[in-house]
Design a binder for this molecule. Structure first.
Ligand code: NAD
Ligand code: DAU
Length: 349
């Protein structure tokens, strides 16, 4: 099996490459990544060097923009085997950044996906497009409903609007040109190698760094957390047995309010408040902040026999805290820059 993994030096993509190397030792993986601020070569260094794992020569990193048609087309053209595929993770992924500077989101998420689709069309290569539950907009806090594959698209932010646009391109290329593609829409991921701009690693590394954790608004907003390895095991199931043209929802029934997650992190890290101090600060809310996401993944579970394995969020958070504690070299070089950027807009309430 030969895979081109776009965005494979980012959070989910790097974890995906690590899983593939573990589970398919003879697979050849080409990571196509433009190495934006969100990428980290250190997430792949041991695989690229072949150290510790027999991956020498099997994993390569091509530093390029997936919207660069010449490079993308050259790599996709090499995928000639029956199990070969492109797994398209590359995207600008952070909502807060999309509110400040939307253009890179239009470029990577829409033009990038268009370019990948055209290369797959020209060379008749199987594509899996990785997308998000945010394309469906948000749910009320007090309703029972969850997102299903039939839910209408209703994105809120520049990030989710560009992901919705990318999904629509994939659907159109399947219908109009017969591109052999599947789509997955997953909920909020957590785990190792996640950039410290994101909610969970930001709070963990703030505490490790002696800074106060930061909760947007009241913290009532609900996210549906899934461990990154469960997301990736579902992607591998879809690649193996997914029906072409289909959309699969991925989630692990991990709904929690941001306040609950924050309190658990503070408790696990020993900074739970005393004397009325909760141990964290409430700060300016995100404009247009989606209230609640919740995924109904029953079709994916039933049709593909997929099950998440990390169903205890508290245990998963503890493992994630342990990883960031043990891997300071991985995140410390970018921490000050991320916090300086937040400090320019954020106010303690
Ligand atoms: P990330 O920001 O950690 O990584 C994105 C990677 O894509 C980075 O390595 C970056 O350098 C690369 N990239 C960006 N633009 C590129 C371009 N034009 N060409 C080549 N590479 C480019 O993101 P992530 O959290 O790992 O998300 C990966 C994918 O999964 C995205 O498509 C995202 O929309 C989707 N997703 C994320 C989550 C989540 O909770 N993080 C949930 C569901 C879906
Ligand atoms: O639902 C899937 C999506 O999950 C993915 O498509 C996105 O790529 C990914 O970034 C994530 O989006 P969110 O906006 O939900 O994730 P984020 O980690 O930025 O924030 C999670 C929640 O925590 C959100 O309600 C905002 C809040 N938050 C975030 C930060 C960074 C805080 O309260 N404090 C913070 O410091």
């Amino acid at each position: 099996m030969r895979l081109v993994v776009t965005g494979g030096a980012g959070f989910i993509g790097a974890n995906f490459v690590r899983t593939v190397v573990r589970e398919y030792p003879s697979a050849r993986v080409t990571v196509l990544d433009s190495m934006t601020y969100a990428a980290n070569r250190a997430s792949l260094t041991d695989l690229l060097d072949g150290a510790g794992l027999a991956t020498a020569g099997l994993v390569e990193l091509v530093e390029a923009d997936c919207a660069d048609a010449a490079v993308t087309e050259r790599l996709v053209a090499e995928l000639t085997g029956p199990d070969d595929a492109v797994v398209h993770f590359a995207a600008e992924s952070h909502n807060d950044n999309s509110l400040a500077t939307p253009w890179p989101f239009v470029h990577s998420n829409i033009v990038g996906t268009y370019t990948v689709l055209e290369a797959c069309r020209r060379h008749d290569v199987r594509l899996h497009h990785v997308s998000t539950d945010e394309v469906y907009g948000d749910l009320e806090l007090d309703e029972e409903a969850k997102f299903t594959p039939a839910t209408a698209y209703n994105p809120s932010s520049p990030y989710s609007a560009t992901k919705a646009g990318a999904d629509m391109l994939v659907r159109a290329w399947v219908r109009s040109f017969g591109v052999r593609a599947t789509i997955s829409n997953c909920s909020n991921n957590y785990g190792p190698y996640q950039h410290v701009e994101k909610f969970i690693p930001r709070q963990i590394t703030n505490i490790l760094d002696g800074r106060r954790p930061r909760l947007y608004g009241s913290g009532a907003n609900v996210r549906d957390w899934i461990h990154v390895d469960d997301h990736n095991s579902a992607v591998l199931r879809i690649l193996a047995d997914g029906e072409l043209g289909r959309t699969y929802l991925i989630g692990a029934d991990g709904e929690q309010s941001n306040l609950q997650v924050m309190q658990t992190i503070c408790e696990l890290m020993g900074v739970a408040g005393a004397d009325g101090d909760p141990g964290f600060d409430h700060v300016t809310d995100r404009p247009g902040h989606d209230l609640r996401y919740a995924i109904d993944a029953s079709a994916t579970r039933e049709e593909l026999g997929w099950e998440p394995r990390h169903t205890d969020l508290r245990a998963g958070l503890q493992q994630t805290i342990d990883w960031y504690t043990a891997n300071r070299d991985w995140w410390e070089p970018v921490k000050d820059r991320v916090e300086a950027r937040y400090a320019s807009t954020e106010k303690v309430l």
